[in-house]
Design a protein around this ligand. Structure first.
Ligand code: IMP
Length: 194
């Protein structure tokens, strides 16, 4: 079993990512490795934040590790909330407040196109590798569904008529930004083992 440290304490994300990684990997969290403090995330881009988090963890533990950063990029809002997705409405991770603000900012907007974009930075043996995953879709006018987290109740991926919050974890993973980015990470890791 290959151990990999993943820079999250979010149980939803951990479950999503370990499902895609499969049986050969054991995911460790920062807490498992004694990193209790909040990991800094102060860069202006998803790429910068993913690298900053991975470098921080590598510096603290010396273990192979990866970090992801995700943004919801809304066309009519010039790509906002983007890198500020977690702290769109408040300083904390207040999903309900973020969703309310997004709906308010899109009130009356005809163009509701949006995409989730995830960037993963892997540090393996001290070397950095970036992987990206994107899912295109649209923002609906009121929340639907109770699964998932964050903006899931407002986002319908292209080709579907249900929000991410109305899908099972498997359905969401099959098309989601994070699922795609993690599959690229896995392809890379598996390719290296051959
Ligand atoms: P993070 O960089 O993965 O922590 O994501 C930043 C913010 O984007 C989160 O706080 C959520 O609001 C939002 N987000 C990230 N991934 C998802 C997702 O899969 N569904 C819905 N919202 C997400």
């Amino acid at each position: 079993m290959t151990k990999l440290l993943f820079a999250t304490n979010n149980a939803h994300k951990l479950a999503e990512v370990s499902a895609v990684l499969g049986d050969g990997y054991e995911l460790l969290t920062p807490r498992d490795c004694g990193v209790m403090e909040e990991i800094p995330e102060t860069q202006p881009t998803l790429e910068g934040n993913a690298a900053q988090k991975a470098r921080y963890l590598y510096g603290r533990t010396g273990l192979d590790c990866f970090a992801d950063d995700t943004g919801l990029e809304v066309a009519a809002l010039d790509g906002a909330p983007g890198v500020r997705s977690a702290r769109y409405a408040t300083d904390g991770h207040d999903f309900a407040a973020n969703n309310r603000l997004l709906l308010r900012n899109l009130e009356g907007a005809a163009d509701r196109r949006a995409r989730f974009r995830t960037v993963i930075c892997l540090i393996e043996g001290g070397e950095e590798h970036l992987f990206e995953g994107i899912v295109e879709g649209r923002i609906i006018e009121r929340e639907r569904g109770a699964e998932g987290f964050g903006y899931d109740p407002l986002f319908i991926p292209d080709g579907f008529d249900r929000t991410f919050a109305e899908m099972t974890a498997e359905e969401k993973n099959a098309v989601s930004h994070r699922g795609r980015a993690v599959r690229r990470l896995v392809d890379y890791l598996h390719g290296k083992r051959k």
